[in-house]
Design a binder for this molecule. Sequence first.
Ligand SMILES: [Zn+2]
Length: 48
Amino acid sequence: MKTRLTCPCGEVIKGQDEDDLVEKANAHLTAEHEGRTYDREMILFMAT
Ligand SMILES: [Zn+2]
């Protein structure tokens, strides 16, 4: 299961599971990268 994503800005986002990771990644994007969104597939594609 993929639970870690390194954002292009260098921030490491960790989730408890894929759903949590997607949620946290979107929260990070909203907070730090206004106007940029990734869908679930894109997030999981970049996650490890
Ligand atoms: Zn970022």
